[in-house]
Design a protein around this ligand. Structure first.
Ligand SMILES: [Zn+2]
Length: 307
């Protein structure tokens, strides 16, 4: 089995009114947990790694790890660069074998975002690699970039952007945010903006970043076993389901997997003080990841039997 790009999976997701989960990984257990859940549900999946994950694990190591695990577990998947900061990084991972990349020029001015996205698209398409870009700014912190406020995506600008860059999918800002602390007050997503973009760009796949639900049970377990994660709040599941039934074809979830793994490890150590076999505690983390992803497929994405 080879790594696949996102074209066909997004086409089917758009038609079927569901979304593909994009899960961030940086090690073996996270990867296996995600793939095992997708195998069990026969679900399409995007495995993604950010620049910091690549720095952590090594680009060639990640490519062979994902290829081999997807083969062994029996799930075709895309390997996608999350938040590619520049052309060089995108080129580096394409040359290494990634099947999909994001170029995030959302913090540049508009014309610069168009130019850098176009350059990545021209290179990526030579290798049948799909490209995601971003327009609008999400609040929160992603790798090195932090923003305090949302800058919602302008639908007319989105049309111009897609036409001029030839990009394959677009991450938009409608009120989701990065990290575990998504809302101070009530959660609010701008479905009117999503609908406007959908009408102006029919059949074009939209991506939601920063869309973890921030499972309160996982937060409570972390805190019960020595953690200190205060006031975390995420996106309500019903809102993500609604977005999936519209033009959203890819939903990024990182925080929920991190929380689940951390909760499982904290609990394991507290309950098994004599244990020091990494396979035991990392195995507990892997089982927790699998469990979260099964729940996402069933309750958020609706991607069961999409492989
Ligand atoms: Zn993001």
């Amino acid at each position: 089995m080879a790594l696949i790009n996102t074209k066909e999976m997004f086409r089917k997701a758009y038609e079927g009114g569901y979304s593909i989960g994009a899960f961030n990984i940086s090690n073996l257990e996270q990867l296996q947990g995600v793939l095992e859940a997708c195998k069990e549900r026969n679900s399409a999946v995007i495995i993604q790694a950010s620049k910091s994950a690549i720095n952590y694990a090594g680009v060639d190591t990640l490519v062979s790890l994902v290829k081999t695990a997807s083969d062994e577990i029996g799930v075709d998947c895309a390997l996608h660069l999350d938040h590619g900061p520049d052309f060089e990084m995108a080129k580096r991972v394409i040359d290494a074998g990634f099947s999909s990349v994001m170029i995030d020029g959302s913090h540049f001015d508009y014309e610069e975002n168009v130019a850098i996205t176009k350059k990545v698209v021209e290179y990526a398409h030579k290798f049948d690699v799909t490209v995601e870009a971003e327009l609008g700014v999400l609040a929160g912190t992603e790798d090195d970039v932090t923003s305090d406020v949302h800058q919602y995506t302008d639908p007319d600008q989105a049309v111009d952007f897609v036409n001029r860059t030839g990009v394959d999918s677009l991450a938009i800002a409608i009120g989701t945010s990065h990290g575990a602390f998504k809302f101070k007050g009530e959660a609010k997503l701008r479905f009117d903006i999503l609908e406007d973009i959908q009408n102006k760009l029919p059949n074009f796949p939209i991506v939601l970043h920063g869309a973890s639900a921030v499972d309160q049970e996982a937060v409570a377990t972390c805190n019960q076993f020595g953690g200190d994660i205060a006031g975390a709040k995420g996106i309500p599941v019903e809102m993500l389901r609604k977005a999936s039934s519209m033009a959203v074809c890819k939903i990024n979830m990182d925080t929920d997997l991190r929380l689940a793994m951390t909760a499982a490890l904290r609990k394991f150590f507290a309950e098994n003080p004599k244990e020091f076999d990494p396979r035991k505690y990392l195995g507990a983390g892997r089982a927790a990841i699998k469990n979260v992803v099964l729940g996402k497929i069933d309750n958020v994405l609706g991607s069961k039997n999409s492989l």
